[in-house]
Design a protein around this ligand. Structure first.
Ligand code: PHE
Length: 455
């Protein structure tokens, strides 16, 4: 049951910064640009934006309504709304997914720390060719001790914030980190867009070439919209559960969705002009930020500073997301098992670190994990597929069905509007939650299973 001591955001702004901090992460700055680059640029971006509006916003509001009404973690929330049913397992899947995503996300976040260090010491800026850059990347991620230590450092930072609690830990950290991130991104975008030849990068992002549209592109855009908005595992249920009663939740939720999307576009406005200014192919895949960018920084005026700024903000963005991943699991143990928050943060964080070790070692250090059970993909990729693709999609689908058909739109709307602030266009919201979202998310799930598409 909810206890009075669960904590609460100090106000709407505190919630917006924390929730946007969850949404804005490696998904925006690392995954969005390379996914857009692999899927033809403008056309992908347009479909992605449509999905944010048609699916992202309605699902954000659905999760928030559950959180606000129940003031509980995902498991407790479903237990309260549908007692004695199996819906609690959907919450359980969410908590497990938070743990699962954290266990590989923290590994990639650890790489950003190492690039930040490399940028500070000049090693990253000193790379001049893509081959050299690739060698640096592979030496880093293919090691055994360093990737594990970096993951541990990142986990320790996450634990430190989460153990501080909702307003003294998470809100206090995100209030500093998010504005810093925003200012740095804007400065870097201006710098990148004014590079010689940068205009072609802007055109690539905004001029849709519809001949590039395919089922793959559409599905990639839908998956990206869910992942980027932290949907499908109850992160927004949990953050919504700390929302103060008096404040305008529908508006805050919509602001978070737009904030997240704006940051993805800003990241694109940094990366694509930079790529085009030196004539690099934007479809380089997941290595784009780690392999391609360092060799570009080396060619830019003040590239060394640019590199430090970029990896610093990537680290910040990742941290505010890992905080939310750990918080979902911690909230479960605090609410349902009456654990002390400090104890829960420490032990869950450490347990997650143990589960992260195989992912950290899977990029070369351990042969069997590098080619996981002969599947041709690494253990980290497998984790990404299980938690980041299947699990989030199942979660989002279940959530829409729950809100649209079990709990019901009228109850969800009442919770959303509890402070008296109305949700404009709630009929449209109802149609999207009941019909459009389940069909679209169900389609992505079937599609992922049939094609075994990973990101
Ligand atoms: N949205 C985060 C990002 O873009 C990732 C995330 C997914 C965080 C799910 C929490 C829950 O990096």
């Amino acid at each position: 049951m909810a206890s009075a001591g669960r904590g609460q955001w100090s106000g709407k702004a505190g919630f917006i910064l924390a929730a946007a901090g969850s949404a804005i992460g490696l998904g925006n700055i690392w995954r969005f640009p390379y996914t857009a680059g692999e899927n033809g640029g403008g056309a992908f971006v347009l479909v992605y934006l449509a999905f944010v509006l048609l699916i992202g916003v309605p699902v954000v509001l659905s999760e928030l309504s559950i959180g606000r009404f129940t003031k509980l973690n995902p498991v407790g929330a479903f237990k309260k709304l549908a007692p004695g049913t199996n819906w609690k397992w959907l919450g359980g899947l969410g908590v497990l997914t938070g743990f699962g995503i954290l266990a590989f996300y923290s590994v990639i976040a650890g790489w950003t720390l190492s690039y930040l260090w490399g940028a500070i010491t000049g090693q990253v800026g000193g790379v001049t060719t893509a081959e050299q850059s690739n060698a640096v990347f592979e030496a880093l991620i293919g090691g055994s001790l360093v990737p594990v230590i970096l993951t541990a450092i990142f986990m320790a930072m996450t634990i430190l914030v989460v153990r501080g609690g909702v307003s003294n830990g998470i809100e206090r950290a995100t209030k500093i980190l998010m504005p810093t991130l925003l200012v740095m991104l804007v400065v870097m975008a201006i710098r990148a867009m004014t590079l010689d030849g940068g205009g072609a990068g802007i055109a690539y992002l905004f001029q849709p070439d519809f001949s590039k549209l395919s089922v793959d592109v559409i599905m990639a855009a839908l998956g990206q919209a869910l992942f980027s908005l932290s949907l499908g595992m109850g992160a927004m249920i949990t953050y919504g559960s700390y929302f103060p009663d008096r404040e305008n939740l529908p508006q805050a939720g919509i602001v978070v969705a737009f904030f997240d999307t704006g940051i993805a576009i800003l990241a694109g406005l940094i990366i694509f002009p930079a790529l085009f200014s030196v004539g690099v192919d934007p479809s380089a895949g997941p290595g784009l930020v780690f392999v391609v960018l360092p060799s570009i920084f080396a060619q830019l005026p003040a590239g060394g500073l640019f590199a430090i700024a970029f990896y610093f903000l990537l680290t910040i963005a990742a941290l505010t997301s890992t905080i939310s991943l750990l918080e979902v699991v911690v909230a479960y143990f605090v609410d349902e098992k009456q654990w002390d928050r400090k104890k829960a943060s420490l032990w869950i964080g450490l347990a997650c670190l143990v589960f992260a070790v195989p992912s950290a070692l899977s990029q070369g250090a351990v042969g069997g994990l590098t080619d996981f059970l002969g599947t041709g993909v690494t253990y980290l990729d497998i984790q990404n597929i299980i938690w980041g693709n299947y699990s989030l999609s199942i979660g989002a689908l279940g959530l829409c069905i729950f809100v649209g058909w079990k709990w019901g739109i009228p109850s969800a709307l009442e919770a959303l509007e509890a402070s008296g602030h109305k949700l404009q266009g709630h009929t449209l919201w109802s149609i999207l939650v009941r019909f459009v979202c389940p069909v679209a998310v169900g389609a992505i799930l079937v599609y992922i299973m049939i094609t075994q598409q990973y990101f």
